[in-house]
Design a protein around this ligand. Structure first.
Ligand code: NAD
Ligand code: UDP
Length: 327
């Protein structure tokens, strides 16, 4: 049997990243909605390399096949073009529900669609979880705190959200999604987990995402002005890299951040001051003591290391685009 296992591992590792062999009893069938996006594709890598069967469901609104192309054809991997606003009938053991645009320009592009994705889409995934008895994790957000009045933000803070402002489609959409998760847990016994992710960056994030890290890196690489729209903002960065949620428990003003990225890129871009966007949170900073105590989780990737890896990725993406512009 050991020979056979080694044989399978070798044959698979020649074409794909190395995958652990798991016995059928330990191997889970895992659905990742939004798995062709930035965070979801890293999660797909981790779960595939751990030896599970992974189904990625994505409508490719902001995600790309390129993010998961290294798994296409692997017997443990499936990619389905599907919109979670429509029901989905598959058999799985676990669901990671990430499908939703994440950056302000993307979620404001079509606010009604953002609301449908986070409400109807989440309802569909909870219905699926209930039918098949799967555990579901919802990728929620620090935006459920709105423009917080309490610092740092603990899990039991209820937030300060403008329900009719330009960010409401996302903030309120995620708040309803969380409410749905807990209703399905209490009423139907569905096992749920909610992760409130803070502003995250790393390789595979969309270059035109429109968020602060991608904007500053791209602007610095292209010699354009860095658009600082808020200078008193104190900011906490969670870095997503490789396989786990990782981060660096430091606060920085956006201006400091612009200077840091400009220095790391080695750019001479000037720093431009833009008017503040409506309802932009002034300060966000998670209290991670509960995650540390209960999950043993704490940030491990230093800020500059994470930024340098993201800068390298963006450089390669720009080269790739330049070389493929006439295709
Ligand atoms: P992303 O835009 O890279 O990925 C989202 C994925 O969901 C994309 O592949 C997109 O095509 C897909 N999607 C969107 N609407 C869909 C729909 N209706 N049906 C099927 N697929 C759909 O964003 P990300 O940064 O990887 O974020 C993933 C999740 O994490 C999101 O739920 C987001 O709200 C949450 N989150 C991310 C951050 C962050 O900083 N990246 C912060 C807080 C929360
Ligand atoms: N920001 C900025 N310049 C940019 C983009 C964003 O100063 O080019 C600021 C923005 O006003 C906000 C912070 O950076 O205060 C984080 O915004 P981002 O769009 O990255 O994400 P959010 O966490 O608000 O979804």
């Amino acid at each position: 049997l050991k020979e056979k296992i080694r044989e399978i591992e070798t044959s698979i590792s020649q074409k794909y990243p190395p995958v652990k062999f798991l016995s059928e009893k330990d191997r889970k069938r895992i659905l990742i909605t939004g798995g062709a996006g930035f965070v979801g594709s890293h999660l797909a890598d981790k779960l595939m390399m751990d030896g599970h069967e992974v189904t990625v469901v994505d409508n490719f609104f902001t995600g790309r096949k390129r993010n998961v192309e290294h798994w296409i054809g692997h017997e443990n991997f499936e990619l389905i073009n599907h919109d979670v606003v429509e029901p989905l009938y598959i058999e799985v053991d676990q669901i990671y529900h990430l499908a939703s645009p994440a950056s302000p320009p993307n979620y404001m592009y079509n606010p009604i669609k953002t609301l449908k994705t986070n409400t109807i889409g989440t309802l569909n995934m909870l219905g699926l979880a209930k039918r098949v008895g799967a555990r579901l994790l919802l990728a929620s957000t620090s935006e459920v705190y709105g423009d917080p009045e309490v610092h740092p933000q603990r899990e039991d803070y209820w937030g300060h959200v403008n329900p009719i402002g330009p960010r409401a489609c996302y903030d309120e959409g995620k708040r309803v999604a969380e409410t749905m998760c807990y209703a399905y847990m209490k009423q139907e016994g569905v096992e749920v987990r909610v992760a409130r992710i803070f502003n995250t960056f790393g390789p595979r994030m969309h270059m035109n995402d429109g968020r602060v890290v991608s904007n500053f890196i791209l602007q610095a690489l292209q010699g354009e002005g860095l658009t600082v729209s808020i200078i008193c903002y104190i900011f906490y960065i969670y870095i997503y890299m490789c396989t786990y949620f990782k981060g660096n428990p430091e606060e920085h003003t956006i201006l400091e951040f612009a200077k840091l990225i400009r220095g790391l890129v080695g750019s001479r871009s000037e720093i431009l001051s833009l008017p503040e966007a409506q309802d932009d949170p002034q300060r966000r900073n998670p209290d991670i003591s509960k995650a540390k105590l209960l999950l043993g989780w704490e940030p491990v990737v230093p800020l500059e290391e994470g930024l340098n890896k993201t800068i390298d990725y963006f450089r390669k993406e720009l080269e790739y685009q330049a070389n493929n512009q006439y295709i």
